[in-house]
Design a protein around this ligand. Structure first.
Ligand code: ATP
Length: 468
């Protein structure tokens, strides 16, 4: 557990009084005024946060690169204690934004400072816990992030399917998390003590896949110098994950089907059948019913593998998950690469939500890792992640009035076309009076100008609904 320790840099007489106060509130305090020694003190003292008193002697512009480097090397969150008059100066604003987790305006307000430091300490604890999760012993259900309705449903389904031994097929675009779901199904099943063996059917050359899956006996073919256990046998008592199953050649589909029906395998070059107890989970990003229709995939194998289907939606269909996933990846990358604490700039949060993520969660993960490594300061920007304006188009903002207007115009056009410009029928279907219809047509400059109804009609139903 991260100790409640604070490093105070550039201390003065007032800071010394603050140090006494912090000690009373359970903080262990150390001060260091020489920037060059900050990183070393951090390594020895291991503070959770830093408090840096900034003043005119260190102007925003001239907070020299060596000092910035020293801050970055400390790998902790810094709180700036800064005179109010400096906060309005752009150079200081940039400095605070880029290099500090938060700031406290001087003179010190002890209560406010304790709250600010408490928040920074909480964040340090979170980062530490995030770091501990980087290499989990086993994949946990909680590691699987999904907050939107269809992901919550998927998580429920995973829970239900995991406990059964049935074959499950996971479908979803590339990078949506199919292998992760397969691992979860394994970890949450009674087979979790057994092996989880993943085979990417698209990555193994056609000539090798038979022996890879089923194994071979010594002398089975040229180069088979010793017996080799196949991946199916290696998964005995556990789970076999067949990724990109749609790419399996037809003759191998027949062999796999036989194994699924009989629960036995024969190594290449052997006439002896061996019982293997394996649960098969498969995944594909291709549309297998279409592949079946085109004669490229056996329907009997499909039904055998697809006893239960789990579809993972693409990331663009689950906006709510983008930021929680990104935060998780950032925490884990910072811990793994031993980087100083980082957070997303607000522009990065907006850009992530506007981007369409063709490569799904994997692309998000890669871009966050890239951003964490490339960012110079504490803020990860869209440019660091390679999702700046060049690839994320500007939003064309629309007011609600504009949206309503466009919808209204569209509904009028559609209804008129469907009703073949019979205004009475169109008004009836739109649930408005004919008078209202005429007013709206005028407003949107629609209509043929060829008014089929007479004035009397209009007067008659002004403000009233059209009779059925
Ligand atoms: N819901 C999620 N929560 C946390 N991490 C996720 C989630 N979904 C995917 N990931 C992470 O994203 C990366 C890509 O996921 P995975 O390899 O499972 O995708 P895939 O659909 O099997 O990809 P492919 O189709 O290319 O084989 C992995 O590092 C995985 O841990």
């Amino acid at each position: 557990m991260q100790k409640k320790r604070i490093l105070i840099a550039n201390a003065c007489a007032e800071t010394t009084r603050i140090a006494t106060l912090l000690k009373k509130h359970g903080w262990e305090v150390q001060t260091e005024n020489h920037p060059d020694r900050l990183a070393q003190v951090c390594r020895q003292f291991k503070p959770a946060v830093g408090l840096f008193r900034l003043d005119d002697t260190l102007t925003g512009h001239h907070l020299a690169p060596p000092l910035r480097a020293a801050l970055a090397e400390t790998q902790i969150d810094w709180i700036a204690a800064v005179p109010r008059r400096l906060i309005d100066l752009p150079a200081w604003q940039t400095l605070l934004y880029e290099w500090f987790y938060d700031y406290h305006t001087l003179p010190y307000d002890p209560e406010r400072l304790l709250v600010t430091l408490g928040r920074a300490y909480g964040r340090a604890l979170l980062n530490q816990n995030g770091g501990e999760q980087v290499e989990p012993q086993t994949l946990e259900y909680a590691d699987f992030i999904g907050q939107c309705a269809n992901m919550r449903k998927l998580k429920d389904d995973i829970r239900k399917v995991a406990s059964t031994g049935i074959s499950a097929m996971i479908t979803g675009e590339s990078g949506t998390g199919k292998e992760m779901v397969a691992r979860l199904l394994h970890e949450m099943s009674p087979r979790k003590g057994g092996p989880f063996v993943a085979v990417n059917c698209a990555a193994i050359p056609g000539t090798l896949i038979q022996s890879e899956l089923f194994g071979y006996e010594r002398g089975a073919f040229t180069g088979a110098n010793q017996r080799k256990i196949g991946r199916i046998e290696a998964a005995d008592t556990g789970t076999l994950f067949l990724d990109e199953i749609g790419d399996l050649a037809r003759d191998l589909q027949a062999n796999l089907l036989r194994f699924l029906q009989e629960g036995t395998i024969e190594r290449v070059g052997s006439a002896v059948s061996k019982e293997v107890d394996v649960r098969v989970i498969s995944a594909t990003h291709v549309n297998l019913p279409l592949a079946i229709a085109a004669g490229n995939f056996r329907d009997d194998l499909f039904y055998r593998l697809n006893v239960c289907n789990l579809r993972i939606p693409p990331l663009r269909e689950r906006q709510e998950d983008i930021i929680p996933l990104a935060e998780r990846f950032l925490t884990s990358c910072v811990a793994r690469q031993k980087l100083p604490p980082k957070r997303f700039a607000s522009e990065a949060l907006t850009a992530m939500q506007r981007y369409t993520w063709p490569g799904n969660v994997r692309e998000l993960q890669n871009r966050v890792y890239q951003g964490a490594v490339m960012s110079a300061g504490r803020q990860v920007t869209p440019l660091d992640m390679g999702i700046d304006d060049k690839i994320v188009p500007e939003i064309a903002w629309q007011t609600l009035d504009e949206v309503r207007g466009l919808a209204e115009r569209g509904a009028l056009q559609r209804t008129l076309t469907l009703c073949r410009y019979n205004y009475s029928l169109a008004a009836q279907n739109l649930g408005i009076s004919r008078a209202t219809l005429y007013r709206l047509l005028d407003k949107h400059q629609l209509g043929t100008g060829d008014d089929p109804d007479d004035e009397a009609d209009i007067d008659a139903d002004k403000g009233a609904s059209v009779p059925g």
